[in-house]
Design a protein around this ligand. Structure first.
Ligand code: ATP
Length: 357
């Protein structure tokens, strides 16, 4: 199949505040605003940003757990909004989710074996023998012993529970896994094990990931490309290595500068982003980052900057660093990239492994 596995076009989600009875206009929370990107088969696209910038809402929109206010989600070119019951069922097999809290997302009354075979049993009946064989296979895939299939979630460690969540996501052999803060609740050493597991699974099975995290060190190690969100919008989308080596948007620059530095040879800058993230109910005019931006000029207060493609293939929404006058005739779309850029991502497996002791 030509084209990306996942294509997101102008996705928007506004949550109304109240019912608006007797009022003409209802105030809304602008959780996601005009977000576009694509994900290739076998690729990891990370989405980063501060709390409340809309990352989880994007995940929920992709999984169709909430309906968009506008925009489209296409899988292999098919708009999921138009799918009828049967096609929707088939589509659900292709896209699975791994959640942040492996405890609350697992049914405490089911055994590990029942938890991971449940998604398959929603589609087909399995004999006890088939169920045990499937559970054993999935547990082995995520580095757990088949004997664990008889345990309850409460009898497992946090890392084992997250492996179980991943095994459950793998059960239907998805092409794409949405991982929403999938390692945030885990100790750093367990985080490393789970990230390595995801990288191994990607290499073996060719699974694509949309990996949502506020932790830049995690993103730097696992991502092929990174989308940076601020107040519901993508402000920069770039190849992972390029983004960390040379952030262009002042917000990306500030996020990277403020992140803890695992490499002692790389100096940590003083956090240059001042002030609070503004309210998504009444966002600032123009570029939403302008009240906190050290580079802001008059135009930033007036006009929302479009995403502009740069020479290295990244897209950036900044009037100062990526002025729209340089744009070619075609409007930029976050996630559009040449086949070369997709075919030659840096190898996150090798890079991640290098940092492990
Ligand atoms: N169901 C909802 N109803 C109303 N507002 C919501 C709902 N879900 C999210 N929001 C609001 O939408 C905005 C984006 O929230 P979202 O959870 O997507 O952000 P996030 O980047 O994932 O944050 P975090 O990292 O803290 O989870 C926030 O202002 C949030 O309060």
């Amino acid at each position: 199949m030509n084209g990306p596995l996942l294509k997101v076009e102008n996705l928007t989600k506004h949550y109304p505040l109240g019912t608006g009875f007797l009022k003409k206009t209802i105030p809304v929370i602008r959780a996601v605003e005009d977000v576009s990107f694509s994900v290739e088969a076998g690729e990891t696209l990370c989405i980063v940003g501060e709390s409340g910038c809309g990352k989880s809402t994007v995940a929920r929109l992709l999984m169709r757990l909430v309906e968009p206010t506008g925009g489209r989600v296409l899988i292999d070119g098919t708009d999921i909004a138009g799918l009828k019951k049967h096609a929707l069922h088939a589509w659900r097999r292709r896209m699975q989710m791994v959640f942040q809290d492996p405890y609350s997302s697992l049914n405490p009354r089911l055994t590990a074996g029942q938890i991971i075979t449940e998604p398959v049993e929603n589609f087909e009946r399995l004999s006890r023998k088939q169920r045990n064989a499937l559970a054993a296979d999935l547990l082995q895939k995520v580095g757990m012993s088949p004997e664990m299939m008889h345990r309850l979630p409460s009898e497992l460690s946090g890392g084992q529970r997250q492996r179980l969540g991943i095994a459950r996501a793998l059960a239907l052999q998805p092409s794409l896994i949405i991982a929403d803060e999938a390692v945030s609740a885990l100790d750093v050493s367990v985080q490393a094990q789970i990230l390595n597991l995801l990288l191994d699974l990607q290499q073996q099975l060719g699974i694509a990931f949309v990996f949502i995290s506020h932790d830049l060190s995690v993103v730097e190690h696992i991502g092929h490309r990174v989308a940076v969100m601020y107040l519901g919008r993508i402000v920069e989308l770039a190849q992972c290595e390029a983004l960390f080596a040379k952030p262009v948007h002042p917000y990306t620059e500030a996020l990277i500068a403020a992140a803890p530095v695992p490499d002692p040879t790389r100096a940590r800058l003083e956090a240059p982003v001042e002030g609070e993230v503004p309210s998504p109910i009444n966002p600032p005019s123009g570029c939403a980052f302008h009240p906190r931006c050290p580079l802001a000029v008059e135009r930033c207060r007036m006009e929302v900057p479009p995403l502009v493609p740069m020479a290295d293939g990244r897209v950036v929404a900044c009037h100062v660093r990526a002025p729209a006058t340089d744009v070619p005739a075609q409007p930029a779309e976050a996630g559009d990239h040449s086949p070369d850029q997709v075919a030659q991502p840096h190898d996150p497996v090798q890079r991640y492994r290098k940092t492990q002791v």
